[in-house]
Design a protein around this ligand. Structure first.
Ligand code: DLL
Length: 433
């Protein structure tokens, strides 16, 4: 079963007509409703009615995460406040988080693309899905929820965490599909074994894993542990949440729903398009969103793209798994972490030095562990131990409050952390993905 088969299997010329129609409407809409975009378009010398086809997209300005932050909270919205029905945020770099808002039509679009995700993974209308992505301000849980409702699946909305309860629910209700981060899938399998439960004994068919980078060797581990097909789902809050691209059963790239999320792959230095098959930064234009439509949004995710028809019959372009980032963001347990967030905390704490290092590790089948090494002034080491402990606890508390991830803080003497002649190495990522 293919959700929206007419679109997903459309020939390229027909798809381009659809994309052009959308873009022709989108540009005047944002020009007249969002002063920030009006200015950006004028600065780029683009008059709204000059955009006539999808090929004109190259004349449009890029939108960046900084634009979102600079115009926080509502500056980039095109729809008036009273039409916004739901709000989500994702962690930003420093200061303001990234805020996104959905109109009623945007929620319908989200439901639709998430139904396409579920279908693409192989879900069937009678399936039961356990949604173990976090609900709340993260987009994962609700995105899956809306898609599953749209498709008519039976939903068990466990959200993330409370692993023993998740496992009991699996045993009792035998869902056939699960959605969660890949690291949580591995963690749950390990916990299950410790509790004497064999995860392979469920009724599993499919896992839909994303929100963080993972490799084919992790895929293999998950498939072996759970006896299921492990597929990759990609998305980001700014564009919609989960629901931008999804692997089919052939696991040969992620089908990007390009009729509504138009992809370009560019050289991040020059902004020029790179050829299919070559690595570059994924840039997305939301062709039909109303609340906060984005033009040529720089995702900072590195991928390659192919336009060849997939064995499953879908003609939609496919992106590779995410190969890296153009910035220094890392994803820890599904949560985006920027070193600058930690730096921001440290500069506000008396006695710390601007030298720190973030070490991320993952023991086999365990969740990511984050250790932050912080240089503190010499005097703390000759002082009472109690002062050192207090300082450590303050730093830990403040970092955890900003990141929403538990961290271990280790205080070290000045000049302990290796200095660099070039770009400082703030992150030591020991995880084997
Ligand atoms: O992570 C949305 C999502 C929820 C996707 C559930 C999939 C499943 P954000 O919190 O805004 O949104 O983080 C987006 O996470 O730019 C990527 O760097 C990373 N990311 C998301 N999916 C994948 C994936 C959600 N499948 C950022 N592989 C993105 C690698 C991913 N990285």
């Amino acid at each position: 079963m293919i959700w929206k088969e007419d679109v997903e299997c459309a020939d390229r010329a027909a798809l381009q007509v659809l994309q052009s129609d959308h873009l022709k409407k989108l540009i005047p809409y944002i020009y007249h409703n969002c002063p920030v975009y009006k200015q950006k378009l004028e600065d780029a010398g683009v008059s709204p009615d000059s955009v006539q086809s999808i090929d004109d997209i190259k004349r449009l300005p890029f939108t960046t995460k900084e634009d979102m932050r600079d115009h926080y909270p509502y500056g980039l919205f095109s729809a008036p406040q009273e039409q916004i029905n739901e709000i989500h945020v994702s962690s930003g770099t420093t200061g303001n988080p990234t805020l996104v808002g959905y109109t009623r039509d945007d929620l319908a679009l989200w439901s639709d693309v998430m139904a396409r995700v579920l279908c693409c993974a192989g879900a069937e209308p009678d399936d039961t899905i356990q949604i173990a992505y976090g609900y709340g301000l993260f987009t994962g849980g609700l995105g899956f929820h809306y898609g599953a409702l749209e498709m008519g699946l039976r939903i068990i909305p466990t959200s993330s965490g409370q692993t023993a309860r998740q496992l009991k629910i699996m045993q009792d209700f035998k869902p056939r599909i699960i959605g969660c981060t890949p690291s949580y899938a591995l963690y749950m399998a390990e916990e299950a074994k410790e509790l004497g439960i064999d995860p392979r004994e469920g009724n599993w068919r499919i896992g839909i894993f994303g929100a963080e980078p993972w490799s084919d060797s992790i895929r293999q581990e998950i498939e072996d542990a759970w006896n299921m097909l492990a597929t990759d789902v990609y998305g980001l809050s700014e564009i919609i949440g989960p629901g931008v691209a999804q692997e089919c059963q052939y696991k040969d790239g992620l089908h990007i729903f390009s009729d509504v999320f138009f992809p370009e792959i560019i050289n991040p230095e020059t902004g020029e398009e790179v050829a299919p098959g070559e690595d570059g930064e994924l840039v997305i234009t939301t062709l039909t969103k109303q609340g906060i439509p984005l033009i040529r949004y720089r995702t900072r995710d590195i991928v390659s793209i192919t336009y060849e028809t997939c064995r499953c019959g879908r003609t939609s372009p496919r992106i590779s798994k995410i190969k890296g980032r153009t910035d220094d963001m890392i994803v820890v347990r599904g949560i985006n972490v920027f070193p600058s967030q930690i730096e921001h905390v440290l500069v506000g704490i008396e006695g710390t030095q601007p030298h720190y290092q973030i070490v991320v590790d993952r023991a086999a089948h365990k969740l990511d562990q984050v250790e932050v090494l912080v240089e503190v002034e010499e005097r703390f080491f000759s002082d009472e131990i109690k002062h050192l402990t207090e300082l450590r606890d303050t730093i830990k508390k403040e970092i955890q409050a900003v990141l929403s991830v538990g961290v271990k803080v280790t205080l070290v003497e000045p000049k302990t952390i290796e200095r660099s002649m070039g770009k400082s190495k703030r992150i030591v990522d020991k995880r084997t993905l």
